[in-house]
Design a protein around this ligand. Structure first.
Ligand code: GLN
Length: 501
C-alpha cells in the first residue's frame, strides 16, 4: 500500500481482492494518526465508525457487489465541516454550533454512501467558509503539508491539506469564491467547482446561497472526475439544482485537446501576479498548444469590479443566512434577561471576528437607503461579469488562468489585513459570480521554497467535461501530479521534523 495510489489504484486492488476495504481505511487512519497532529486537517475522525463502514464494504465485495454497481465501494472520502452527515457534529469550524449534530445526510453524502464510499471524518475550514487560510477556524488553523509554517489556503484548507498529504485519497469541499480551487492550488492537488446547480446544496450550511457550490478535491484529474460523477445531478430538495442529465465524465477524459480553443484573459495576467506563477502558467499554455489546442487572447473587461461585487453580494447573503444562529435553534446558547440579550450574547460569544465583520457589512449593504447604492448595483455588475464570460465562451471552449496571484503565504501574514486576505481570491471569485465551472490543478513548483502552483481552467455553464478533458491531457503529459509534499512522501518522524524546521 502506498500514498501514491490513486482511487483508481485502490479500486483495481479492491476488485482483485488484493487489499480489503479494512486495509484501505486502516492505511489512511494510520497516516492521519501520524501526520495530523502537525497538519490539523481533521476536526473529527472516528476510527471505529470508519472501520465498521469498511467491514460492511468488505462484506459487499465478498458478496459479489462490483464497482460497476457501487463505483466507490471501499474508498475513504473525508468531508468539509459544513456538510451534514447524520449523527455527526456539524460545526462549520464555529463555536456557535456548540455540540449540534446533523439530523440528516446532505444529498452529496447520501450519494457517496450509495456509491459505497467510506466517510472518513470531518475537515477543518474557515469559520462558515469565510476566509482564505483556515486561520478563521475556531479550532485553530490547518498547516500546509509543503511547509508547516504556511497556510493550506481556505476555506476548504482542511480538505486540500488532507488530500495533498494523502490522509485521504479524496475529499469534498465547498466553493463560494474560490474555497476549493485556491486551497487546491496552495497544496498541489486538483479541485473542481462545478457549475452553479450541478451539485445539490441540500445539507450544505449556507454561506452565500447564490454562490455556494460543493465540489471534489483529489490527487488526480481522473479521481476528481470520478467523485463529480457521483455527486452531480438533479435533486428536488434543492430548488436551484439543474435538471440536466449528468454526462459520463470518465469516458470523455481521453479525448485530448486537439481542436479545442483556449482563451487567455488579459486581465488575469496583470500586475501583482507572482513572476514564478506567470512563468509556470505560460509554460502550461505552451504545453497545451503542443498537445494541439489553439490559444488566443480574450478580454473580460469587468474583471476589476469582481472583488467589490463579490464582497457586497456574499456578505449580504451571509448576513441573512446566519440570522438563524440565534441561540434558540442551534447549538450554543448564552442566556440573557430577554430574548434580545440572549441573541446578542450568543452571537457575540459564538461568532469569530471575520464572521461578525461579514454580518455587519452585509447588514449595511442591505439596509434601507443603501440597498440601491450597494446591493442592487452589485447585482447589476454581476450580470455584466457573467456576460463577459458568456461572450468569451462564444469564441473559446475554456479559459486558462493562474489560480492564485501568489503561492501559499505564511500563517499570520494576512490575518490582520482583511483586504490582503480577500485579494488572494482575485482570480477565483468571478467564476462564482458568473455561475460557471472552474478547476485548479498543479502546474509547477516555485523555487526555494518549493510550493505548488495552480493552473485554473474556467468553462461555460455545464462545461465540466471539457475542463476535465483539458486538465487530464495536461496532467498526463506533465509530472506535477506525481510530486507529493515532503511530509506525505516519507512518513517517518525524521521527514516530518525536516519539513517543520
Ligand atoms: N475567501 C473567500 C471568502 O472569504 C471565498 C470563500 C469561499 O469560497 N467559501 O469569502
Amino acid at each position: 500500500m502506498s500514498p501514491e495510489w490513486t482511487i483508481e489504484d485502490w479500486l483495481s486492488r479492491l476488485a482483485r481482492r488484493e487489499v480489503s476495504a479494512r486495509d484501505t481505511v486502516g492505511f489512511y487512519l494510520d497516516r492521519i494518526r501520524r501526520l495530523d497532529p502537525q497538519l490539523r486537517a481533521f476536526l473529527e475522525y472516528d476510527p471505529g465508525d470508519a472501520l465498521n463502514q469498511a467491514d460492511a464494504a468488505d462484506r459487499a465485495l465478498a458478496g459479489g457487489t462490483t464497482h460497476q454497481k457501487k463505483p466507490l465501494l471501499g474508498i475513504p472520502v473525508a468531508i468539509k465541516d459544513n456538510l451534514a452527515v447524520r449523527g455527526h457534529p456539524l460545526r462549520c469550524a464555529s463555536r456557535i454550533l456548540g455540540d449540534f449534530r446533523s439530523p440528516y445526510d446532505a444529498t452529496v453524502i447520501e450519494k457517496l454512501r450509495q456509491a459505497g464510499a467510506i466517510l472518513l471524518g470531518r475537515l477543518n475550514m474557515d469559520e462558515f467558509a469565510m476566509g482564505s487560510s483556515t486561520e478563521n477556524s475556531a479550532f485553530g488553523p490547518t498547516r500546509n503539508p509543503w511547509d508547516l509554517q504556511r497556510t493550506p489556503g481556505g476555506s476548504s484548507g482542511g480538505s486540500a491539506a488532507a488530500v495533498a498529504a494523502r490522509e485521504c485519497p479524496a475529499a469534498l469541499g465547498s466553493d463560494t469564491g474560490g474555497s476549493i480551487r485556491q486551497p487546491a492550488a496552495f497544496c498541489g492537488c486538483v479541485g473542481l467547482k462545478p457549475t452553479y446547480g450541478r451539485v445539490s446544496r441540500y445539507g450544505l450550511v449556507a454561506f452565500a446561497s447564490s454562490l455556494d457550490q460543493i465540489g471534489p478535491l483529489a490527487g488526480t484529474v481522473r479521481d476528481t472526475a470520478r467523485l463529480l460523477q457521483i455527486i452531480a445531478g438533479h435533486d428536488p430538495r434543492d430548488a436551484t439544482s439543474l435538471p440536466d442529465a449528468v454526462p459520463d465524465y470518465l469516458s470523455e477524459l481521453d479525448k485530448g485537446v486537439r481542436g479545442l480553443r483556449l482563451g487567455l484573459p488579459r486581465e488575469y495576467f496583470a500586475e501583482g501576479l507572482d513572476p514564478q506563477i506567470r512563468e509556470a502558467v505560460m509554460a502550461a499554455v505552451r504545453q497545451l498548444t503542443n498537445l494541439g489546442a489553439e490559444v488566443l487572447e480574450v478580454s473580460l473587461p469587468h474583471t476589476p469590479y469582481a472583488l467589490a461585487t463579490y464582497y457586497v453580494i456574499a456578505t449580504a447573503e451571509a448576513s441573512t443566512n446566519l440570522a438563524r444562529f440565534d441561540g434558540i435553534r442551534y447549538g450554543l446558547r448564552v442566556d440573557g434577561q430577554d430574548p434580545l440579550e440572549l441573541y446578542e450574547r450568543t452571537r457575540g460569544a459564538g461568532f469569530g471576528s471575520e464572521v461578525k465583520r461579514r454580518i455587519i457589512l452585509g447588514t449595511f449593504v442591505l439596509s434601507s437607503g443603501y440597498y440601491d447604492a450597494y446591493y442592487l448595483r452589485a447585482q447589476k455588475v454581476r450580470t455584466l461579469i457573467r456576460r463577459d464570460f458568456l461572450e468569451a465562451f462564444q469564441k473559446v471552449d475554456a479559459l486558462v488562468t493562474p489560480a492564485t496571484p501568489t503561492p501559499a503565504f505564511r500563517l499570520g501574514e494576512k490575518v490582520s489585513d482583511p483586504l490582503q486576505m480577500y485579494l488572494s481570491d482575485i482570480f477565483t471569485l468571478s467564476c462564482n459570480l458568473a455561475g460557471i465551472c472552474g478547476l485548479s490543478l498543479p502546474c509547477g513548483l516555485t523555487r526555494e521554497p518549493q510550493l505548488p502552483i495552480g493552473l485554473q481552467l474556467l468553462g461555460p455553464p455545464l462545461g465540466e467535461a471539457t475542463l476535465l478533458r483539458i486538465a487530464y491531457a495536461y496532467e498526463q503529459s506533465t509530472p506535477w501530479h506525481k510530486v507529493l509534499p515532503p511530509v506525505a512522501r516519507g512518513t517517518s518522524e525524521a521527514a516530518l521534523a525536516a519539513a517543520s524546521s
